[in-house]
Design a protein around this ligand. Structure first.
Ligand SMILES: [Zn+2]
Ligand SMILES: [Zn+2]
Length: 328
């Protein structure tokens, strides 16, 4: 089995929020003020994912902060004028040559997207991809997405596994069970935690933004640098804890994190180990598990004392096999 480093403690990890709204759609603050709000919280990048309008601007880019071109494409509802339906996170991928022209700054899209049958979400995913974008299945729990959708639809890049605004507003923010359903059915998709913030009021005692983010290990803080690492899965998602290091060494998956109450290894088809110092309550800052060759994937969740979670991306066990090495 190969030794690999998924997240390297000695390298920089950039903090970003890939889902938020400004006055370009139904957000309360203009883009410039949203930028200041995130800079004040130590973020390195954001995506203006406004509803059904594309944003592509370098106006706010500095050596320490960038905006990734993005939108949130939605209003695709099986029953006209009724939520639930589908919203997709859309991020410009500069590492591909698109079949169709890339979307321009403040290009608006018609809504609602007509429902023409069960393949409508796939048509929309494929259209967004043809224009050179990565597509994320946004807030599946809030949108009452069917688990089966994770298998039925293809070519999406990630599932939004934590959406802070839907935790803040309706306590229905978790998508990790959808993610596992996709992974258990052979999909190679990643997880994304984000804010989906609309107000960005720094004075609220229960904050509406800064609650869900990704930390990306990239060679450089550029649009291409961040997207390249996202596509490799070289990042983790969080609503609180930090992950410092994740690697496979001598058949052991090892993680290092900020002080946590629990560390759980989510393996499939066997369950992985679960750690907590139940008698003493002492925090955990590292853990490891033995990888079994007949496992399909393992991902790790670190939970802090307030119940916030860090989610690593899955390690696909087939990728660890040496040439000619037989799987168990
Ligand atoms: Zn949405
Ligand atoms: Zn949104």
């Amino acid at each position: 089995m190969k030794n690999i480093i998924l997240l390297d403690r000695s390298k920089v990890m950039y903090k970003g929020n890939l889902h938020l709204h400004t006055t370009w759609s139904d957000g309360r603050l203009p883009a410039a003020e949203v930028v200041e709000a995130f800079k004040a919280k130590g973020y390195h990048f954001i995506a203006f994912s406004d509803h059904d309008i594309y944003t592509r601007t370098e106006e706010f880019n500095t050596p320490d902060f960038i905006a990734i071109p993005a939108t949130e494409r939605g209003e695709l509802n099986p029953v006209a004028d009724k939520n639930p339906g589908y919203h997709f996170g859309v991020l410009d991928d500069p590492t591909v040559e698109p079949e169709l022209e890339r979307y321009g700054h403040l290009e608006e899209f018609p809504i609602p997207v007509p429902w023409v049958g069960d393949h409508s979400p796939q048509l929309l995913i494929d259209e967004l991809r043809a224009h050179g974008n990565l597509v994320i299945f946004n807030h599946p729990e809030w949108h009452l997405t069917r688990f089966d959708d994770m298998v039925k639809y293809d070519r999406f890049f990630a599932v939004e596994i934590y959406n802070h605004a839907t935790e803040w507003s309706t306590s229905s923010s978790y998508g990790a069970a959808y993610w596992d359903h996709a992974l258990q059915n052979g999909k190679r998709v990643f997880g994304i935690a984000s804010d989906d913030s609309h107000s960005h009021d720094p004075n609220w005692v229960i904050p509406e933004y800064g609650g869900g983010w990704v930390r990306v290990q990239a060679e450089e803080l550029t649009h291409a640098g961040i997207i390249t690492s996202l596509k490799k899965g070289a990042y983790y998602s969080s609503s609180g804890p930090e992950v410092y290091d994740l690697r496979v060494e001598d058949g052991q998956l090892q993680i290092q994190c900020s002080p946590c109450k629990f560390i759980m290894f989510k393996a499939f088809p066997q369950r992985g180990p679960f750690y907590g110092n139940f008698e003493t309550g002492e925090p955990l800052t590292e853990a490891s598990m033995t990888i079994e060759e007949d496992m399909v994937y393992v991902r790790v969740e670190c939970v802090d004392y307030e119940g916030n979670v860090a989610w690593t991306n899955p390690v696909f066990i087939a990728d660890l096999m040496e040439k000619g090495e037989k799987r168990g």
